[in-house]
Design a binder for this molecule. Sequence first.
Ligand code: C2E
Ligand code: CA
Ligand code: CA
Length: 386
Amino acid sequence: MTSLRIHLAPGQALFLEGDPPTTAFLIEVGEIEVSLRQKGRRIVLSRLGEGDLLGEMAVIDDAPRTATATAVNECVLIPIDREQIAERLAKTDPIIRSLMEGQLKRYRGALAAMQGKDHRALDAADTPSEQVGIGKIRLETHLREALNNDDLDVRYQPLLHVASGRIAGYEALVRWTHPERGPISPMEFVALAEETSLIVPIGEYVFDTACRAVQRLARIGAGNELFIAVNVSARQLGHSGLIERIVARVDAAGLPRGSLKVEITESQALDYDSVATLIALCHQHGIKVALDDFGTGYSNLTHLYRLAFDTLKVDQSFTRSMLGDPRSMAIVEAIVRMGKAIGAEIVVEGVETDAMLDVLRRLDCDYAQGYLIGKPQTLDELLAKS
Ligand code: C2E
Ligand code: CA
Ligand code: CA
């Protein structure tokens, strides 16, 4: 039987200072001493034992070994391939990678300084992943500033009630114009905000702003039954009190409970239990819930029956291909039929042409949303038209 393990006798070296990095090791049995030479003297940096990893540093940053590793007694080690580590690193969050690379650089700098070597070479330019990570940290800070300085904005995109031809309500879509980069897609900054709890105050800002918008629209008599749908990310669901705060705002503004709706996006892995709890809570307070971007991302039909949502939004990727492709059309028809069978209202997104709207009429869909009906607009634009 071949063994992947490495056996070392006492005093035997595992690797030497300056060796190329090929492998990291996990100590199964025995002790390893890590040391380096300074002005002809040997300095012991550490003594590692069972369960410790070693040699991973050079493998991570692909630089020569900075120290020598020698067996103190009989040792057994498991080698860990560079590829095994590299594949995992490539999958991690760039912020975590850049934090790690920054630490490694500093550690190497300290070692070099200890040995009296020139450590300036180690202050070389940031690696690509460090640049990505630092870029994200910077953008996140700018986003926090934008939120604090009231520099975010909300646009409202109309939803057409297909049968009556009337505008039934709007979807609130958050906007951010970066001082240097210009407008940044919510696809990018919402995803960034979702990685931390920054999405929570952003979501509250959108709810607050939408609430004031419904109030203004109601005041000018632009429709008493009007609703505004607000997007809620899975990350926001974990924060308790969200729905209670929304309800308190709606009540304080003297609006009907139905004037705000919640859209839950499906792009993240949905935690079905917390979504089911949120839907129940919304219903208790008279707020309707839509399942957004249906059929994309992590759709999982197994759990669909557990979610008592009121509205199903068919993603625009289906709408875009349905006219030219009979298979795609068949899928849209099937989704609409399924939605209706479970008693949900159907919104089809991305309606850009009259031909698409004709299809929705034929399928008896409830609402159409898309550039044909209207682009996302500022509240002032809506008020001017009403
Ligand atoms: P979504 O909820 O699916 O929003 C619809 C997106 O499709 C919007 O992009 C809208 O501008 C775009 N759209 C609408 N009609 C058409 C059309 O006819 N053709 C095409 N090609 N596109 C159309 P937007 O505003 O860039 O938003 C992107 C995503 O960002 C949203 O997708 C939503 O998931 C997220 N998002 C936006 N605002 C918020 C927010 O306040 N909170 C959270 N959590 N997510 C938000
Ligand atoms: Ca949405
Ligand atoms: Ca959508």
